[in-house]
Design a protein around this ligand. Structure first.
Ligand code: WTA
Length: 635
């Protein structure tokens, strides 16, 4: 069907117009053509953003694992579904075919059933990036259990909060995980977490590190012996289109994390269709997304999207800096990666390193480069484009969220001309709106405001687990009849979108709204600067002033900070205007980051405001130790 192979921008606009003029027909055609249904839907879409209630493909029956596995067995049985690249480069990579993956998923599904898991039960998954993680997700989906993956870097407290919130019955974990030259005691963390969780009566443990672990009698069971005994025959549970597929927690600006609920049919259709289009995956390509399956990017674009397309998807257990900063590039060379999808924070870290890491490897297999998770700054974009893409591979800067399930705004490679720092155009069927603070939609081009979505798309989360009211308040109450993303965006003169960052990161200085993203872009252009974060702090006259935290590149030469401060402000003056000059610039070793690599601006804002009483929980940070240093050296 033509939708799967849009050849040029004109065709994109044609199909796009159709997709928003007749959304039901558009999605129905895609659903008809590309998936395996046990029963077709009675109704493509019913929706009401005021309650909010959203249903796609109501009445349809299916199982997502039949779409990701069974249907590929005839033509792709011997094709590699998953390439597992271990943490230690000396350990051999594993190539798991569709036939083998199907068998392992079915066995695991039978293990879950034998251990008492039924349709609708919640299963907490706390595993490293090993094949069992992907297998567990699909084993749950096979029998209709709802997986709740918790990133295996979260603390015991974070694990127990999530287990309790979603009433999980079982936890699946490992004896440990390898990350670079460290190993982490996952089982110990689960043991600690479970002290607070009475409902969990079973823990399945995968052997990975061979670490010494304590097995709690009756509760804890090694997985492998059960797998060895399990039958590889497991009929897929018949699921309703709107049955929950998984819960995934995302942190809110306040309060406890929100358990976003994704349902079966819409999520499947959306992730598969976006994957195919945004990465232009072709039958023999090898695709690699460096995210962890503990995040939505891994769910949608390591597991479900690629496998629904019969793709070969890479799972990497390790970290970009182990054994050295050339690891990513060596993996690309080794597996001849065609589509590479990573995050700006990784790009920036790698761009800081000696160029020899890149120069000594063959990256010629690459066709498409992807970026996700935060706005990509101009300098990183160019480095990615020039050094990794050699100026010939399109960058797809994909904007989306845990809540959206799949990619919402992105170039289509070789179709949409890219523009640095722009996510460019809405995906087919996606209807963005930019609104001002009063909720009025700003039509036309060259406007800036808050990003909303006006019409449902199949991949959207349907609710927050156990808290539909919070779902309504967070996403559907700020602006009437629109989904509010929490992000700011602008639309340029040709209709391209640029995501300017979370709206709570806008600082108003002397009545001028300043997005911190563009300011940081400007600062990052300074040759000595590695990364920066700007926050607002109260100022007597201007209302707010700007506080910049800046990390410097390790160039070996020592620079006088006072001179650097002048140069940085000069740069800002040139790029944005004198109004945007920073009042304070603090040089720091590192910026506090979440485990997914996002800068924790909330903490930086508090420090800038000199309000250290209420820093919140810093224990889930990637690098909690930097917070103290930043406080000590506060200006
Ligand atoms: C930000 C990750 C700019 C944005 C898939 C969003 C981005 C939040 C981009 C969601 C991008 C994600 N450009 N900003 N290409 N992609 N974001 O839930 O602020 O971890 O709201 O989902 O990341 O983060 P989440």
């Amino acid at each position: 069907m033509s939708n799967y192979s849009i050849k040029n921008l004109e065709e994109y606009y044609q199909v796009y117009r159709k997709s928003i003029r007749e959304p039901e027909n558009f999605w129905e055609e895609i659903a008809e053509e590309h998936f395996l249904w046990r029963k077709k839907w009675n109704n493509v879409l019913s929706w009401d953003f005021s309650t909010p209630q959203i249903k796609w493909f109501e009445g349809a029956k299916l199982n997502i694992t039949e779409n990701c596995l069974d249907r590929h067995l005839i033509n792709r049985g011997d094709k590699t579904a998953i390439i597992f690249e271990p943490n230690d480069p000396a350990e051999e990579a594993q190539h798991i075919t569709y036939t083998q993956l199907h068998e392992r998923v079915c066995k695991m599904a039978n293990v879950l059933k034998d251990q008492g898991i039924k349709k609708g039960d919640r299963v907490c998954v706390y595993l490293p990036m090993i094949p069992e993680l992907a297998i567990t997700l699909m084993a749950c989906a096979r029998i209709g259990a709802i997986h709740n993956v918790v990133f295996a870097g979260f603390s015991a407290k974070a694990v127990s909060t999530r287990i309790i919130d979603s009433d999980c019955k079982m936890v699946i974990t490992a004896d440990g995980s390898f990350r670079g030259n460290k190993s982490i005691d996952l089982k110990g963390i689960v043991d600690e977490a479970l002290q607070d969780c009475e409902l969990v009566d079973k823990v399945l443990v995968v052997k990975r590190t061979n670490a010494d672990v304590t097995m709690v009698e009756k509760r804890d069971v090694w997985l492998q012996p059960l797998m060895d005994k399990a039958s590889s025959d497991c009929k897929a549970e018949l699921m309703d289109a709107e049955d929950p597929l998984f819960i995934l927690y995302t942190s809110g600006s306040t309060g406890k994390p929100k358990g976003m609920v994704h349902t079966t049919a819409g999520y499947m259709v959306y992730t598969a269709y976006t994957f195919k289009n945004v990465f232009q995956y072709k039958e023999n390509d090898v695709y690699w997304c460096t995210a962890d399956i503990g995040w939505i990017t891994g769910h949608s674009y390591i597991v479900y999207g690629p496998l629904a397309n019969g793709a070969t998807t890479v799972m990497f257990e390790g970290v970009p800096q182990y054994p050295d900063f050339g690891r990513f590039w060596k993996i690309i060379e080794k597996h001849k990666i065609n589509q590479f999808y990573t995050a700006p924070t990784a790009i920036r870290a790698l761009a800081k390193q000696n160029l020899s890491f890149v120069e000594n490897v063959d990256l010629s297999s690459i066709k498409v480069l992807g970026s996700v998770g935060e706005p990509i700054n101009e300098e990183a974009w160019h480095w990615y484009n020039d050094i990794i893409g050699k100026g010939k591979n399109p960058i797809v800067d994909t904007w989306w969220q845990t809540e959206t399930g799949g990619i919402m705004i992105s170039p289509l490679p070789y179709v949409t001309p890219t523009k640095p720092t722009y996510a460019t155009l809405p995906f087919l069927g996606v209807q963005p709106a930019i609104v001002n603070e009063n909720g009025e939609e700003l039509k036309g081009n060259q406007v800036e405001g808050r990003l909303c979505i006006k019409f449902p798309w199949p991949g959207m989360a349907r609710t927050i687990w156990n808290n539909h009211q919070r779902y309504k308040e967070t996403y559907f109450s700020t602006y009437e009849n629109m989904y509010f993303t929490g992000d700011g965006a602008l639309r340029d003169e040709v209709g391209y979108y640029r995501i300017t960052g979370r709206v709570d990161d806008v600082v108003i200085v002397s009545g001028h709204n300043l997005g911190t993203g563009p300011l940081e872009d400007a600062i990052n252009e300074h040759p000595a600067v590695s990364e920066s974060a700007i926050v607002g702090f109260p100022h007597d006259i201007k209302g707010n002033a700007l506080y910049g935290y800046v990390t410097l590149k390790e160039t070996g030469e020592s620079r006088v900070h006072e001179n650097l401060r002048k140069e940085i402000n000069q740069l800002i003056s040139e790029r944005i205007g004198p109004i945007a000059k920073l009042d304070k610039i603090q040089f720091t070793e590192a910026l506090p980051k979440t485990r997914s690599g996002k800068i924790m601006r909330r903490i930086l804002r508090k420090i800038a405001e000199n309000d250290m009483s209420n820093l919140g929980d810093t224990s889930t940070l990637l690098n909690p130790e930097v917070v103290k240093d930043i406080i000590d050296q506060r200006l």
